[in-house]
Design a binder for this molecule. Structure first.
Ligand SMILES: *Cc1c(COP(=O)(O)O)cnc(C)c1O
Length: 357
């Protein structure tokens, strides 16, 4: 049954940027969706309101103890001028997985998808038109109950807001420089690394800032126990080609199950590539790059889509991946995934959901 979502329209619409450039999160649209939860009433008060600040208890669980999760994906203006969401169901499944890990309540996926479609429809003029751009859809759930004991909050707010975004990296898909971190890990075995939890991001900041200060773009994260096996790169999943095999680390409780990773695996298998989800050790990656067996290494995520890695530094040694330029598998994946995002028609697998005007 369609939800009754009351809409309060803004009385002061903002100017829509003519060109978002390379902005990621520099602009927010005019409206947002909110709903609240408490243990007695479940989710209630679904509403679309003007985009604006929240009012929170200073002792809210999200602020004090980090009960805060999010998810994000993009809506594209396609070649037939229809706006479509890319794989929203996969992202809705994932936010419920994140919620379960942090003892937060599940959302009703059908209700939230309906809210997303209505919100994107209301702010549809904000979906940018330039190639490489999109409307980023950010979902967030926070614990809002004000208390001091450490236990799950009994109240939550769930919100969706929208941001027109450009290409994530300043140089588009120019290969990046990464540093394999020995001192820091992103996520511990048994921890919350497979949840899209706010806390995982602040856990990554120090290593990332130190790497940037030394001229690297991102950190290559190794596993927390042996500090050997590749896990992720920055806030992306990682994949590489070793001779005729494509390798990506298997999902675990310290790896975020990326939707872009899943899309890439489906495409690669469809092309007849030999794909392995297996552990790969940093010393084997360094040796493979030195010998030329590994000539391509890339990151995968919604923001940058496919991000080629040109240089890898580990224990003071820097190796150039291939010729330091974007390789053929990396380019083909980038081209094919971005084509899937914006092509006319609903496309395969029920991955895309149209926003009817
Ligand atoms: C969001 C995220 C990814 C990429 O997931 P997508 O669904 O492809 O956007 C990968 N790693 C981490 C740590 C993330 O937070």
């Amino acid at each position: 049954m369609p939800l009754n979502i009351p809409v309060t329209r803004t009385t002061s619409p903002k100017p829509i940027p003519a060109d978002v450039g390379t902005s990621f999160g520099g602009y927010f649209t005019d409206h947002m969706f909110l709903m609240d939860y408490d243990v007695d009433r479940g989710w209630h008060d679904h509403r679309i309101v003007p985009f604006g600040n929240l009012s929170l208890h200073p002792s809210a669980a999200a602020i004090q103890y980090g009960q805060s999760i999010f998810d994000g994906y993009k809506a594209y203006r396609c070649q037939d001028d229809i706006i479509r969401l890319f794989r929203p169901h996969a992202h809705l499944d994932r936010i419920n997985g994140s919620a379960a890990r942090l003892c937060m309540p599940a959302i009703d996926q059908a209700d939230v998808l309906e809210a997303m479609v209505r919100l994107v429809d209301l702010d549809r003029d904000w979906v940018p038109r330039q190639p490489g751009t999109a409307l980023y859809v950010r979902e967030t759930m926070i614990g809002t109950e004000g208390f001091m004991a450490v236990r799950p909050s009994r109240r939550y707010t769930f919100m969706i807001f929208l941001s027109p975004v450009g290409s994530y990296y300043a140089e588009g898909s120019d290969p990046v420089r990464i540093l394999a971190s020995e001192a820091h890990v992103r996520a511990a075995r048994g921890g919350i690394g497979s949840a899209k939890a706010a806390a995982n991001y602040c856990a990554s900041l120090l290593a990332s800032e130190q790497a940037k200060a030394e001229g690297h773009t991102q950190v290559l994260w190794l596993d927390s126990v042996e500090r050997r096996y590749l896990e992720e790169v920055g806030t992306m999943n990682v994949m590489l080609r070793v001779d005729d095999e494509i390798v990506t680390p298997p999902l675990s409780d310290s790896i975020l199950p990326g939707v872009t990773r899943d899309t890439a695996l489906a495409l690669l298998r469809g092309w007849g590539e030999r794909v392995s989800e297996r552990q790969i050790a940093i010393e084997d990656v360094m040796a493979g790059i030195r010998s030329g067996a590994i000539a391509e290494l890339w990151g995968l995520g919604t923001a940058a889509v496919v991000s080629p890695i040109g240089y890898l530094t580990y224990r003071g040694e820097t190796v150039t991946v291939g010729d330091g330029k974007t390789g053929p598998t990396t380019s083909r994946l980038y081209d094919e995934i971005t084509r899937l995002h914006t092509q006319a028609g609903d496309g395969p697998h029920g991955w895309r959901v149209a926003v009817p005007s």
